[in-house]
Design a protein around this ligand. Structure first.
Ligand code: OAD
Ligand code: ZN
Length: 262
């Protein structure tokens, strides 16, 4: 075993000890947790947005200008997602929820639905879901299979165009879900920050919110554990950094946590 592996093992053991003491746990995940399932991340060089200006395919203005371009883009993502499966990182987080039950919140920026497929229950999708559409007229929300739409989808009730139920640039986050996410962050004893570059706000501000704790309840700040390939904007808040693939680190962490006490 090389020295850095040894360091990582030690850091995982320290992280497991923090989780063992914790009463409430919150997780913040980003695209990195799905990378090992074959879903491209946003800010990698082979990123999803390549060939498209973000504003063209992920903003209300872009959709107004060229809905076909936007739907072609999302249909391609939907077709890709129909083929992918959760990876060991997703499954480890579902197992972690079994341990903490009601005192556990999984806040995700991902729209791919892989956490739920792996068995996670309390998932707060702060950026929406690619499995749903929202009517641009009557705002009705519908679930859909991931098959690409052959034509621009329209609302059966009011005839207006449907759009992906995803939070785009310049749009507000779904308010109720965001409130639940900030409460979970402020009240948790440990937060795991997994596979996110932590550059997109307000999502990334959940990390300093957790760090600060809950002033009204006089609750101390949480222990922050970052799991990523490399350091990020969130690292300055992290007490423990586990730098490796989430699909490898998370199962090791949960396994050590669930070992019977010696
Ligand atoms: P990014 O693509 O910005 O960041 C992905 C992070 O995952 C990077 O920090 C990588 O180092 C890390 N990573 C990659 N592979 C990993 C692996 N196997 N294990 C652990 N970490 C790995 O994605 P997000 O932070 O999720 O918003 O991006 C945030 C938001 O930006 C997205 O939700 C999306 C986008 O605009 C909306 O769609 C509204
Ligand atoms: Zn409608």
């Amino acid at each position: 075993m090389n020295p850095s592996e040894n360091d990582l093992d030690q850091a995982i053991t320290t992280a497991a000890a923090e989780l063992k003491k914790a009463n409430r746990v919150a997780i913040l995940t980003g695209a990195g947790v799905s990378a090992e399932s074959g879903v491209p991340t946003f800010r990698a060089s082979d990123g999803l947005w390549e060939g498209h200006h973000i504003e063209d395919v992920a903003s209300p203005d872009g959709f107004r200008r060229d809905p076909k371009l936007v739907w072609d883009f999302y249909n391609a993502r939907r077709a890709n997602l129909a083929k992918v499966k959760p990876n060991p990182g997703h499954f480890a987080l579902a197992k972690l929820e079994e341990r903490f039950g009601d005192h556990f919140a999984l806040i995700t920026q991902n729209v791919d639905g892989l956490h739920q497929l792996a068995g996670s229950i309390n998932v707060l999708e702060i950026h929406g879901s690619i499995h749903r559409t929202r009517c641009t007229g009557c705002r009705r929300i519908q679930h859909h299979e991931l098959e690409p739409f052959a034509e621009l989808p329209e609302c059966e009730k009011c005839g207006a165009m449907l759009r992906p139920d995803i939070v785009w640039f310049h749009e507000a986050l779904p308010q109720g879900i965001w409130q639940e996410a900030t409460a979970a962050a402020a009240l948790c004893d440990v937060m795991l920050v997994v596979g996110t570059s932590a550059v997109v706000h307000p999502a990334a501000s959940l990390v300093p919110i957790a760090r600060r704790g809950h002033i009204a309840d006089d609750k101390e700040g949480s222990t922050i554990i970052e799991i990523n390939l490399a350091k990020t904007e969130a690292s300055e808040f992290a007490d423990i950094g586990l730098y490796g693939k989430s699909g490898e680190v998370l199962p090791r962490l949960v396994e050590i946590l669930n070992e019977p006490d010696a």
